[in-house]
Design a protein around this ligand. Structure first.
Ligand SMILES: *[C@@H]1O[C@H](CO)[C@@H](O)[C@H](O)[C@H]1NC(C)=O
Ligand SMILES: *[C@@H]1O[C@H](CO)[C@@H](O)[C@H](O)[C@H]1NC(C)=O
Ligand SMILES: *[C@@H]1O[C@H](CO)[C@@H](O)[C@H](O)[C@H]1NC(C)=O
Ligand SMILES: *[C@@H]1O[C@H](CO)[C@@H](O)[C@H](O)[C@H]1NC(C)=O
Ligand SMILES: *[C@@H]1O[C@H](CO)[C@@H](O)[C@H](O)[C@H]1NC(C)=O
Length: 397
């Protein structure tokens, strides 16, 4: 014990004698090699999930541009199709809650019910029933009640090409991460079958037109569908990432996937899980899995989803501090993290890896909205109540 105490004392003294820059150098994990041209970041990748979607409506050019200014390395697009087979970025092919389609009388008769997959019945408006020109008349809305709605009804649905243009317009290499959404369902649609094409072919053609053709091109293609990833593997050399929602991959699977995939994209709960592994957030940490180490042992990279600042998405042990979650994931060697808040992640990673990096900008595009009507009303209510209280106090004293 005495000897151990001496060692610990020596280590502490040694650390105290270092200046902060040396301490950072010692604590800095080994160099990251993402194998992607231009993405020599030396640290895990910041994947802006649906753009800077914590601040602006998801999947808009404005949210992608903000993510670039905030220091993201990668922009993410969930790809969906239009009736005229153009690729747009939308989280789902059904668009009621993400847009103002419901308020458009000219589209009232487009509402329909479809079976997506084996069990998912959706009664909604679908992107595949609109031409791109028609979709462009709609405006995006913030879908989450706890996020800012001041930017509602300002921005249209972007095409994949518009997201690519944002990335190419940046002064550094910005990669893209594109997900084929519900590919089995999309490939079963008449508009796709009649054109003798596939969802994946349309994607690869568009990528090729943009020069994304190589193993180290700044693009990742992701899907929850193994069929979609296998099909893509036969069509393109660009990096492929299989998303994993809830199951623990075996070593046999990882070995096989490593022969044609760049990496896996597990939910963060497959890496750091709660006491009740299916219990979601706001519960104590139950443990840390060996999934990242096992994927690395087979040469697969790991990009995990989705990190969000709000307490409702954090485990209890993080103390409402998203930095604690990053730290946990860094400690197992994560290669990339999807986040709705790229600015927060950039600041954290600069603190860990590069204290001299210039700080990203926090500015959002100007809002025409300012305070919402609801918040004006609640302020008015507050002031009236307060004035009444002061008046009654003055009267009685
Ligand atoms: C490209 O970047 C410039 C300067 O940052 C900006 O003014 C312009 O609007 C951008 N264009 C596109 C297509 O994003
Ligand atoms: C459909 O595409 C396949 C493969 O690209 C091709 O072999 C076939 O001839 C096409 N069929 C028609 C009817 O165009
Ligand atoms: C490629 O195509 C073949 C034949 O259709 C298929 O068996 C295989 O699963 C596909 N994917 C890969 C990664 O080879
Ligand atoms: C997942 O599988 C691996 C390999 O079989 C095993 O070592 C690990 O404990 C499993 N993890 C969980 C959380 O079940
Ligand atoms: C730190 O950031 C500066 C400014 O962006 C950059 O020039 C430098 O290469 C970075 N250093 C490392 C180790 O990444």
């Amino acid at each position: 014990m005495g000897f151990m105490r001496g060692v610990i004392f020596l280590v502490l003294v040694t650390f105290q004698n270092l200046d902060p820059t040396d301490a950072v150098a010692i604590l800095t994990p080994p160099r990251f090699d993402h194998g992607i041209a231009g993405l020599d970041t030396d640290r895990p990748l910041i994947v802006a999930h649906r753009g800077s979607s914590g601040m602006l409506p998801e999947h808009t050019v404005a949210a992608y541009e903000l993510a670039v200014r905030q220091g993201a390395d990668v922009l993410e697009c969930d790809m969906c199709l239009t009736k005229d087979l153009r690729i747009v970025c939308l989280h789902e092919s059904w668009i009621k809650s993400a847009t103002d389609v419901e308020s458009k009388p000219e589209f009232a008769n487009r509402k329909t019910t479809r079976l997506v997959g084996l069990t998912h019945v959706v009664d909604n408006w679908f992107s595949v029933d609109f031409t791109l020109n028609e979709l462009k008349t709609l405006r995006k809305k913030q879908q989450r009640s706890y996020r800012d709605k001041n930017f509602d009804l300002q921005f249209p649905i972007p095409t994949l090409q518009e997201m690519i243009d944002v990335s190419k317009n940046a002064s550094r290499v910005i990669a893209i991460h594109v997900e084929t959404k519900d590919p089995d369902w999309v490939n079963s649609l008449d508009i796709v079958e009649n054109a003798n094409t596939t969802f994946e072919d349309l994607l690869v053609d568009e990528l090729e037109r943009n020069g994304y053709t190589e193993k180290n091109s700044p693009v990742f293609l992701q899907s929850f569908s193994l069929d979609s990833i296998e099909y893509l593997a036969n069509r393109t050399k660009v990096p492929l990432v299989l998303l994993l929602a809830a199951f623990n991959a075996t070593d046999g699977e990882l070995r096989e996937w490593s022969t044609y995939m760049y990496g896996i994209g597990p939910s963060k709960s497959l890496i750091v899980y709660g006491k009740d592994p299916l219990g979601g957030s706001k519960q104590p940490i139950g443990g840390v899995s060996n999934l990242v180490a096992r994927a690395h042992a087979h040469g697969l990279k790991v990009h995990t989803y989705t990190l969000r600042n709000e307490d409702r998405f954090l485990l209890w042990d993080y103390g409402q501090d998203p930095y604690q979650e990053y730290e946990k994931l860094l400690s197992v060697g994560i290669d990339g993290m999807f986040t709705d808040f790229p600015l927060t992640m950039k600041r954290y990673l600069d603190g860990v890896y590069n204290k001299t990096a210039p700080q990203p900008t926090t500015t959002c595009p100007p809002t025409s909205g300012g305070q919402t009507l609801n918040s004006h009303i609640s302020y008015m209510y507050y002031y009236i109540t307060y004035a009444a209280m002061v008046a009654s106090y003055v009267n009685t004293s």
